[in-house]
Write a protein that binds this ligand. Structure first.
Ligand SMILES: [Zn+2]
Ligand SMILES: [Zn+2]
Length: 368
């Protein structure tokens, strides 16, 4: 009898130890948080590092690819930094980058068809596996008419001109209607954005782990003379009040000294904070300075300008942004670091909303 009780107790204890280990493993690995892998972060010019963000629940589950300006080169950078989830995917005779392309990505969500958001997808399409591309009808039309048209590139989609190879199933995302992304654990709602005469898209992704808002390229409402960001903020505010929204990925293509007539449908730090102040007032008009304090702002799409700067300016900006990077000489790579830190310093100087700001950097993995 005593022996039986002892065995039962041991079994129960083992179960609780197993449960404890599982919970802690999940905490340690961040599997209970939304994972974002920065596959490409720059807003132009530097091929191999263009807009592409992988979002997923982590572990052995596949990732959704938000814009595809870079694919294979981004996977290589993620692999070098130890962020590529290679163990669970693919065949042993293939490089990790190819396994990630074929088996690690479940689908693409494309904000608009500007080349810096689709070049990686075009380049990798011959080696890709069949998967859906989700986008607005406008963006899908642009893809079939101007890219996958058997002239610029073979028609790998299941629509448009014949013959079509049917590898990519094009699925229209109607504005403001939530849509289940199959086998991903995410639901997406898309919102139109004004982008210098082009309609771009914001994607709100919701899962059991919380929600993340990804904005494709966008200008400010005041400059674009449109109300799309105002509309988006009214839809997002309740999710901030309920602590559901974890992060906002938003573009900041230029620093503050860029002339308004040369923004071409993009944002600067001043314009971002004008927009965020309006969002904060919608979330909590009585406590505007703390309304967004639990949100992380992930800054995307910084456009390298290639303009040389003096050593004095490099050091000044580095000190202001409290950057940890080092740059002793002016090279392309160092200029990109300088421009990231310049924009970070400008954002931090305006941050009366006490929001957490991170500049997206290719090869990094983040969890929210
Ligand atoms: Zn862009
Ligand atoms: Zn664009």
């Amino acid at each position: 009898m005593v022996k039986l009780l002892f065995i039962r107790c041991a079994k129960t204890c083992r179960f609780f130890v197993f449960l404890f280990l599982c919970c802690n493993f999940s905490l340690l690995t961040g599997q209970d948080r939304i994972q974002i892998l920065v596959n490409g972060s720059a807003g132009g010019i530097i091929d191999g590092n263009l807009s592409s963000y992988l979002i997923g629940p982590g572990a052995d589950q596949k990732y959704i690819c938000l814009d595809a300006g870079t694919l294979i080169n981004g996977f290589s950078r993620l692999n070098q930094s130890g962020c590529l989830p290679i163990s669970s995917f693919g065949q042993s005779n293939l490089l990790p980058e190819w396994n990630m392309l074929r088996d690690g990505i479940s689908c693409y969500l494309i904000s608009h068809a500007h080349y810096d958001h689709i070049i990686g997808l075009i380049a990798a399409s011959p080696d890709d596996s069949p998967k859906p591309i989700y986008a607005s009808q406008n963006t899908l039309n642009d893809l079939t008419e101007f890219v996958f048209n058997n002239r610029i590139w073979a028609n790998f989609t299941n629509q448009g001109v014949s013959p079509s190879l049917g590898k990519y199933e094009l699925i229209t995302l109607p504005d403001t209607t939530s849509f289940d992304i199959s086998n991903s654990g995410f639901q997406v709602t898309s919102f139109p954005l004004c982008h210098g005469g082009t309609i771009s898209t914001a994607f709100l992704l919701k899962s059991r782990l919380g929600a993340v808002l990804y904005l494709g390229d966008t200008g400010a409402d005041s400059i674009e003379r449109c109300n799309n960001l105002t509309f988006l903020w009214t839809k997002i505010a309740p999710l901030i009040r309920s602590d559901e929204l974890k992060a906002i990925l938003i573009e900041c293509s230029y620093s503050n000294n860029r002339a308004a007539e040369k923004l071409y449908g993009h944002l600067t730090p001043v314009l971002i904070f004008k927009e965020l102040s309006r969002l904060a007032r919608l979330v909590n008009p009585l406590e505007v300075t703390t309304a967004l304090k639990d949100i992380t702002l992930l800054i995307t799409h910084i456009k390298p300008t290639g303009v040389k700067v003096s050593n004095d300016n490099l050091l000044k900006v580095k000190a202001a942004s409290q950057g940890s990077s080092s740059y002793d000489s002016i090279s392309c790579e160092n200029l990109a670091v300088y421009e990231r830190e310049l924009i970070l310093a400008e954002l931090q100087a305006l941050n009366s909303l006490n929001i957490k700001i991170i500049i997206a950097k290719q090869g990094e993995c983040l969890s929210f």
